[in-house]
Design a protein around this ligand. Sequence first.
Ligand SMILES: [Zn+2]
Length: 452
Amino acid sequence: MTRLVIRGARLLGADAADLLVEDGVITEVGSVSAPSDAQVLDADGLVALPGLVDLHVHLREPGREDAETIATGSAAAAAGGFTAVFAMANTSPVTDTAEAAERVLDLGRACGLTEVVPVGAVTKGLEGAELAELGLMARSRAKVRVFSDDGHCVHDARIMRRALEYIKPFGGVISQHAQDPRLAGREACCHEGEVSGRLGLPGWPGIAEESVVARDVMLARHTGSRVHVAHVSTAGTVEVIRWAKAQGIDVTAEVTPHHLALTTDLLLGYDPVYKVNPPLRPSEDVEALRAALADGTIDAVATDHAPHARQDKEHAFVDAAFGMLGLETALSVVSDVMVRSGLLDWADVARVMSTAPAHIGGLAHQGRELAVGSPAHITLVDPDREVTVDAAASRSRSRNNPWHGRTLRGAVLATVHAGRVTHDVRNGADGAPTRRGTERELTNATTTGADL
Ligand SMILES: [Zn+2]
């Protein structure tokens, strides 16, 4: 039997307690006398949260292993406090078959650092024309429940309707990347407004998102099925979701850390690190997103972690790839933006970064209360630690990190996945989370493990 004692953690930021974990399950909470064979994690002063769950990551494997692999992405996830991540289907080949989904599942299990849950494509090849094998993916070993053409919008209303009808019997959900291609085409890369005009960049108006979300919530009502809105970016979308929830429509939504914190004016320097889809929005939208996350209109934080190799990202702004890293910094951004301001407390963070996303994604064993009988997926956070983000220190294979050089308050110190410590910054020389030596060692250890 493997035993782990977590000593003195403040559960959801409240009272301190010890946790005894045996063979991956929490078996005692309170004052625990450590068995002699137990590994002990000192968590004095740290906040214990249920392991974080990310509904939206891009791990690039198969197809673009130069940008990220399931191994490096898993290491980044563990470092960020995540015990489960949903890997989007826009790989090469696309995850649009049962075999492809099972392969992602198996690669994730082989790494063992975090649970890697495959998202299935809604349409074959993400082409928007023909439904993918939704039922076969759902019945596969991967038990796919979340389907998304993310990167592309399921813009054809008839396809969206049929997909919603198809997934309803097995409790699936369509995660929609809402972008009307006629209102915001592939070239659209800057919030449409003053900044896009000044910079001469193709505009991406909020209405391209809002009109699709409005249609989708009506389709969800019509079909009695379930829709999830990926990366909500505008105040108008928040209004639509708020209205839909008030009608009892089965809709959930996520917001990214970058849309909670970064604004359009960052694009003024044409730095492609800030190019992301949907684009960064003005401060009025950012304020509305924060309020919506606080009042529950937006259910979850999801990173949209999107690693890109240098040759794809370091271009003139219009030619660079969309997307930014997010796994390792998500908790720190949420802590800095939402907890310090008093908009969320740590129990709320547990809800929006663990319980709600686990529920939306259908993971019954994740996002559980830190109580006897729960699987031991646990994230330990130092709420006061200031971290200055160093892009070079990332476990990710890519370096497109918009948080580089920023100082954020609140950091993940350790992660326990299925009773195993998958990350502990204090094992490093001086415990500083961004120290390069520590990161390198961890990356090497991970790579070696994955090669086995
Ligand atoms: Zn997307």
